[in-house]
Design a protein around this ligand. Structure first.
Ligand code: C2E
Ligand code: MG
Ligand code: MG
Length: 758
């Protein structure tokens, strides 16, 4: 059962823990994942940006290289045509051989131009070169017409060329410029993209030039050699011309347009991708950072897990402590209450029957008081173990406090089963205990109540179990009683009795009956015992056996006891020859002011202390050795006598007899009653009488009813006798009358006994 309870608590704890752990770990993991994603995105983004910038730069580089090439071509042509010799050979008298050697071949061989043309001042083509040979311009057919825009531009005529691509030889004011007029453009020539450059022939100022000087034109295709050189110089691998719509995949492209924005050609090459490089370089670091993150997270999670486990264990322990009794380890009242509340709900839902057994140990207090708390504690632990062993797994046993235990039986068949269970518990708890070298015997009383849909809440059920327990105790202990509604009536009755008794004490409605104590002969009254009487206005005579426990239970015994003592002292003052025995309840005797109260009453009533005999029972002394001894000695100093009442029913402890200054022993009437038919009772009476005598005490026999008993006791040597044979308890008047009669009769011999003997 323990295991089950613990697992149940554990399970609650574990569920809560993992939830807690998840809720604590999730944000950390999220933050780390978010950070990692951010870093990856940032790296990717910068790689992408770096690629983008690099592609753009490559394109710009390519554009600049084409522009540069155009400039170089113009300078190459200029280097040949800007000379007086050129003016002479080209303009004044056209020297074909010179033109071919110095212009055509030179531009071809040195400067790698594809075609060279010369137009005269009337814009007629006078020289053309294809390959390394001079050809008739007509060889180019209509293609030469494609060169017209450049020629127009050089001539200063309107042309589609952009102004920055054209430079005329004179400023707007007509002043000559240092460089000859020239223009260049990119365009298609014979279906291929090409740089077309044109420079007007010019010489020194001495040379006379026609209005329109001849123009040298060159066409350089943007292919093969050009691409090869560009690829090497600009480090653009696989530089090539592709179709305007040809897919190029990952390659970078540059589109070449004419002045009007028409696409001429597309160049493609394998780009440098610095982004990939960045990623390659960053990746190891990123990997390390990631690993560190993962490590950190796992460390944090592990740490948290450990901390949580410690906390959870602590919580479990605290909950266990809060829910369990430290001494027995059993669930405590709180745990019991919670489980009972749950069970009530279950019963309401399912309609089955459950039960609560309220267990109270009998005589535990005495063990605790006589043998000390250490043994008391060990006994409680053993009781707990016996109960736990006895019950089924589904039952719950709890220690509610002191010597109170309770059992919850969650499912019971019939009431008879409960009775059997209770009997088993009582039998188990009554079996002797071996505790620290002592053999102990205690008992148990059990109150049982069933839980059904109709029963109320926890408090109501516990009240019913207690009522039943109360009944079990009243019926003589070591038994189990099942609650029924009539018990409530009983309890009510008790409460009413308590109230009425209170009134009776307050309004002087109690009386005292005096029972004579006679000498061994049975003739002479030597004393009286004051016995309280209560005549209830409606219920009539209520015996002390009924109202004394009620008074003790409600502490009314204190005022009651005082009243009896005072009243008895007042009344018994009239009988100077008699001792007055007054019963003292343990509760009364244990009050710290008891000695003072007795002394005060003696003083107030003027009753001679040496005639007062206080009757104590052994239970008054149990666990109270020091205080009881002191109180007795103090009272004895005043002259008060002490009698040990009902000797033989309690512990019959020789230790008590020796420790406490008793003057008298009263043999309980249960022994006297059995003298005639139980040999052991007779033997006990003999023994007790010799014991009392041995210890220097007087011995009184109680409950003497027959002549045989009288004879036996007298022979045994008792000092005085009490019982119906010598007088029932009567009023003070009865005693006075009897005393008067006794005085009249005078001392006699032991006639009745002699006659009996005879
Ligand atoms: P106890 O002190 O042992 O008193 C003797 C009881 O035995 C009395 O019962 C008495 O009537 C009864 N008795 C005497 N002779 C005979 C006999 O021959 N046969 C039988 N069967 N009974 C006999 P009672 O008056 O009913 O008192 C019962 C108990 O109540 C007393 O037992 C005493 O313990 C307690 N008690 C009575 N009055 C007081 C009181 O004022 N204070 C306290 N604390 N207890 C009281
Ligand atoms: Mg008595
Ligand atoms: Mg007695």
């Amino acid at each position: 059962m323990w295991r089950e309870v613990r697992t149940r608590l554990g399970r609650i704890g574990a569920g809560g823990d993992s939830r807690m752990r998840r809720s604590a770990v999730a944000p950390i993991v999220l933050v780390i994942v978010f950070a990692v994603v951010c870093v990856i995105v940032a790296v990717q983004w910068s790689a992408y940006r770096a690629d983008d910038v690099a592609l753009h730069q490559e394109r710009q580089l390519f554009a600049r290289a084409i522009a540069q090439r155009r400039g170089f071509i113009l300078r190459d042509i200029e280097s040949i045509v800007a000379s007086d010799n050129a003016v002479d050979r080209l303009s004044n008298s056209f020297d074909w051989t010179w033109v071919h050697d110095r212009v055509g071949l030179r531009l071809k061989n040195y400067f790698d131009q594809s075609h060279v043309f010369v137009v005269d001042s009337s814009d007629r083509f006078v020289y053309a070169m294809a390959g390394r040979s001079s050809v008739d311009p007509k060889w180019f057919g209509t293609a030469t017409a494609d060169l017209a825009p450049v020629i127009d531009a050089v001539r200063g005529r309107p042309s589609p060329l952009k102004p920055e691509d054209v430079e005329t030889s004179r400023t707007q004011t007509g002043a000559p410029l240092p460089r000859p007029a020239h223009a260049s453009r990119v365009q298609m020539f014979i279906g291929r993209p090409a740089i077309v450059a044109a420079v007007a022939v010019s010489g020194t100022s001495r040379m006379r030039l026609p209005n329109q000087p001849p123009i040298v034109l060159s066409v350089t295709y943007l292919r093969d050699k050009f691409l090869g050189a560009m690829s090497r110089r600009l480090e653009l691998p696989h530089l090539r011309i592709t179709g305007l719509t040809t897919p190029v995949g990952q390659d970078n492209t540059f589109d070449l347009y004419d002045e009007a924005g028409r696409p001429l050609a597309r160049f493609a090459w394998t780009p440098k991708r610095p982004g990939a490089e960045i990623i390659r370089n960053v990746m190891p670091f990123l990997g390390i950072a990631l690993a560190a993150f993962v490590l950190l997270t796992s460390l944090v999670v592990r740490y948290m897990r450990r901390t949580e486990a410690t906390i959870a264990a602590g919580e479990d322990q605290m909950r266990h402590l809060a829910m369990h009794d430290a001494l027995s380890g059993l669930p405590n009242r709180t745990f019991f209450g919670e489980r009972l509340a749950e069970l009530i709900e279950e019963v309401r839902r399912s309609g089955h029957t459950a039960a609560v057994l309220s267990i109270d140990l009998d005589r535990f207090k005495e063990v605790n008081d006589t043998l000390g708390h250490l043994i008391g504690d060990a006994l409680i632990r053993t009781v707990g173990q016996r109960l736990a062993r006895l019950l089924r797994g589904s039952d719950l046993v709890a220690r509610l406090g002191g010597d109170e235990f309770a059992v919850i039986a969650p499912d019971v068949g019939e009431l008879g089963d409960l009775q059997t269970l209770a009997d088993r518990i009582i039998a188990a708890l009554r079996a002797p205990y071996a505790v620290m070298g002592h053999t102990l015997a205690i008992g148990a009383s059990i109150g049982i109540t069933s839980i059904t849909r109709e029963t109320g809440e926890v408090a109501d059920i516990m009240r019913r179990a207690d009522v039943a327990l109360y009944r079990a105790k009243n019926e003589g202990r070591n038994r189990a009683c099942i609650y029924d509604a009539a018990m409530d009536a009983d309890l009510r009755e008790r409460k009413e009795m308590e109230r009425d008794l209170k009134d009776a004490i307050e309004y002087n409605d109690l009386m005292i009956a005096y029972q004579p104590l006679v000498g061994p002969s049975g003739e002479t009254m030597v004393g009286v015992e004051a016995l309280c009487r209560w005549h209830h206005p409606t219920l009539g005579e209520i015996p002390p056996a009924k109202f004394i426990p009620v008074a003790e239970h409600s502490e009314l015994i204190i005022p009651l006891g005082e009243w009896v003592l005072r009243q008895a002292c007042l009344e018994a003052k009239a009988w100077p020859a008699l001792t007055l025995a007054v019963n003292v309840s343990p509760l009364q005797f244990r009050r710290p002011d008891f000695v003072k109260v007795v002394a005060r009453i003696l003083a107030e009533t003027g009753f001679p202390p040496e005639r007062l005999e206080l009757e104590l029972t052994e239970s008054t002394l149990v666990g109270n050795v020091e205080e009881a001894g002191t109180a007795m000695r103090e009272l004895k100093a005043l002259g008060v006598q002490f009698a040990l009442d009902d000797f033989g029913t309690g512990y019959s402890s020789l230790l008590y007899l020796r420790t406490f200054p008793f003057d008298k022993l009263k043999i309980d009437r249960s022994f006297v009653r059995n003298i005639e038919n139980a040999a052991d009772s007779a033997a006990i009476v003999h023994a007790v009488v010799s014991l009392g005598r041995g210890l220097g005490m007087k011995v009184t026999a109680e409950g003497v009813e027959t002549a045989e008993q009288h004879l036996f006791l007298r022979a045994a040597g008792v000092h005085s006798l009490q019982g119906f044979r010598f007088g029932r308890p009567g009023t003070a008047l009865d005693i006075t009358a009897r005393l008067l009669k006794q005085a009249d009769a005078g001392p006699r011999t032991l006639a009745p006994i002699a006659s009996l003997a005879g």
